[in-house]
Design a protein around this ligand. Structure first.
Ligand SMILES: CC(C)(COP(=O)(O)OP(=O)(O)OC[C@H]1O[C@@H](n2cnc3c(N)ncnc32)[C@H](O)[C@@H]1OP(=O)(O)O)[C@@H](O)C(=O)NCCC(=O)NCCS
Length: 138
């Protein structure tokens, strides 16, 4: 199948649909709209029917901390190179704004470590870094 890249945010509906398919929590309209609009850079991959096959984005300060978020490929389109396509676009954008010591981070879902390691990310905790930590509001 032919896929097309569009450098834009998904709609809230597209976004929540993909998150739901990934088994992740969804967000209410206002919060999702605000969050997506505040992205630094977003990539959508569309299939031949213009349906969202995958998405990913970068949030952060645009210089020192860049955070890769929401990399999701529709289950029906996985293992066809779309995830890598999204990451290549995100990292190419990051290269344009990054300088020496820019921190490109992400919170890896369980079992996806190899996907990101192949792209150059290192796992935490390591000899020099503690574990990543998060707080999720109720
Ligand atoms: C993780 C995910 C984005 C990968 O997308 P994908 O389009 O299926 O991956 P690709 O086809 O581009 O695969 C790229 C490479 O990663 C590898 N890979 C893909 N999924 C993998 C997985 N679950 N575990 C280990 N390696 C994986 C592929 O074998 C491929 O390796 P290769 O380049 O040596 O052939 C996708 O499985 C997904 O959306 N999962 C649900 C949401 C999720 O967990 N997102 C990650 C959040 S941290």
């Amino acid at each position: 199948m032919k896929y097309r890249i569009e450098k834009r945010s998904p709609t809230v509906n597209e976004y929540n649909t993909l998150r739901q398919l990934a088994g992740w929590p969804v967000f209410d309209q206002a919060l999702a709209m605000k969050g997506l609009a505040n992205s630094l850079f977003s990539v959508c991959v569309l299939d031949a029917d213009n349906t969202l096959a995958g998405f990913g984005r970068i949030v952060g300060d645009g210089a020192i901390y860049l955070h890769v978020s929401d990399v999701i490929v529709h289950p029906g389109h996985q293992r066809k190179g779309i995830g890598k396509m999204i990451m290549v676009e995100l990292l190419a954008w990051a290269d344009q704004v990054a300088g020496k010591n820019t921190n490109i981070g992400l919170m890896c879902s369980k079992g996806r470590e190899k996907f990101y390691a192949d792209l150059g990310f290192i796992e935490r905790p390591s000899e020099n870094f503690g574990a990543g930590m998060i707080m999720i509001k109720n």
